[in-house]
Design a binder for this molecule. Structure first.
Ligand code: AMP
Ligand code: GLY
Length: 430
């Protein structure tokens, strides 16, 4: 199969790596990064230039186009490419509102009884402030629209919540994304990600994973795009997964149906587990990053065929994919990330890291320099992934390999997978 994968992150590198495990596969990345250039062909077009992408697709007619990031999904890239008669994996912009509008997502969740935190919607800052003043519980204030993953402000005190409303609605930090806000109750628990690939009717559930969003060890510091993840995540046990199928995915797909929406692509449920009870914190319309980097290595399935079936509406039946092993991805980030950071730092040691058995290094912010060397070009630079028959083994692999890789200012968390390890030990699955 000839694949076109849209995006430039570690997620897209991992998807391409997985697709290439099928014989006779070829992958083009648009625009890709320094790592994808090593396994396929990079096409230098920005994914948000819909006209340019459409004209490239029309010319080259790939067997399947997979759209990775949320921005082109929200902008309607899938709608546009479907008109060309090419199979496209990803939801249309109407459906992608499940991620691009928190108000839409919350409305669907309450309409179709999907467990989520109690909330209110405001389009006036005065009313939002008045509500914050009245409520006595800790709150989360969320910009309605896409905000590069930064639009949810978790607050401790009333003053933080007022400040969040001011920042989103009055200072318009995220622009028009802050025209409306969702103000919801803050939940305290452990997060997990559950990802389904769906054709609108049936779905294939991938093993649950767990991201680590805060920048520093012990879940301290500012939120990032994700500093590491592991899969499977033992916090979501069999019973809970059964519950999530029924109470989240079945209900949501029934909901889409009733709303007259045909959802094809990834449905990602970000969960908060509070004393064994599941709440949906958010839905995404795409694979997670860095969850994809640790999920692809644990699933022994033909991903290309699955995504093609989803695009065509022909998934044979709903099923759950069992993990064949454990994997853990440790993100190496640029010094200073998620704040300001420098680019262009020379990276060494990837060959040594990858020479280890059961290690794969997925690239995100890397660029191939003239002369063949590799340099940093983004906040999250690499996701060093270790695999093994135990979480402990996978973790050892990932950290040994991560320490082989050097660039000036490199920053990583040293406790990725620690929560999983503790839980796995307790459950006797180590
Ligand atoms: P979201 O953009 O909705 O996914 O939120 C980003 C992050 O904010 C989540 O991954 C959580 O860590 C945190 N968060 C969002 N909503 C809540 C909530 N109701 N309670 C506690 N934390 C939350
Ligand atoms: N890792 C969180 C996300 O992809 O949104």
């Amino acid at each position: 199969m000839r694949h076109l994968v849209i995006g430039s992150g570690g997620r897209e590198h991992a998807l391409g790596w997985k697709l290439l495990q099928q014989p006779e596969s070829e992958v083009y990345f648009l625009p890709g990064n320094g790592g994808t250039a090593g396994i396929g062909t990079n096409i230098d077009i920005p994914p948000t230039d819909l006209a340019a992408v459409a004209s490239y697709v029309e010319k080259t007619k790939p067997d399947l186009v997979t759209v990775g990031p949320e921005d082109p999904l929200a902008m309607g890239l899938v709608d546009r490419l479907r008109e060309l008669g090419v199979p496209v994996f990803g939801p249309t912009s109407d459906c992608a509102r499940i991620e691009s509008s928190k108000v839409f997502a919350k409305t669907l969740m309450s309409r179709y009884s999907i467990p989520t935190a109690p909330y209110k919607v405001f389009d006036s800052p005065t009313e939002a402030h008045a509500y914050v003043e009245r409520v006595r519980k800790p709150l989360v204030v969320k910009a309605d629209g896409l905000a590069k993953g930064k639009g949810a402000i978790v607050t401790k005190h009333k003053t933080d919540a007022h400040r969040a409303v001011e920042s989103i609605m009055e200072k318009r930090t995220f622009g028009a994304a802050g025209d409306r806000v969702v103000v919801e109750e803050r939940l305290a628990g452990e997060e997990a990600s559950v990802i389904a690939v769906t054709d609108g009717e049936r779905y294939v559930l991938l093993p649950p994973s767990q991201d680590h969003k805060p920048a520093y060890d012990g879940d301290r510091g500012p939120n990032t795009g994700g500093m590491g993840a592991y899969c499977p995540a033992p916090v979501v046990d069999e019973d809970m997964l059964d519950y999530v199928r029924e109470a989240v995915f079945d209900r949501l797909l029934r909901g889409f149906h009733k709303e007259g929406l045909d959802y094809r692509g990834v449905l990602y449920a970000g969960l908060m587990i509070v004393s064994g009870r599941v709440y949906v914190i958010e839905f995404n319309a795409r694979f997670g990053d860095p969850e994809t980097q640790c999920t692809m290595p644990v699933i022994d399935i033909d991903l290309g065929n699955l995504m093609l079936d989803a695009a065509r509406g022909s998934i044979a039946k709903t099923r759950v994919v069992r993990p064949a092993r454990w994997a853990i991805s440790v993100v190496l980030a640029s010094g200073g990330y998620p704040g300001g950071y420098e680019k262009g730092k020379r990276i060494s040691g990837i060959d040594k890291a990858e020479a280890e058995e059961d290690v794969v290094v997925f690239h995100a912010g890397t660029r191939q320099e003239d002369g063949g060397s590799l340099a940093t070009s983004g906040g999250r630079v690499l996701a060093v992934t270790g695999m093994g028959q135990s979480l402990r083994g996978a973790r050892r692999k990932a950290y040994t390999a991560a320490r082989d890789i050097k660039f000036a200012g490199v920053q990583m968390r040293t406790d990725i997978g620690a929560k999983g390890l503790m839980r796995a030990k307790k459950m006797g699955v180590m």
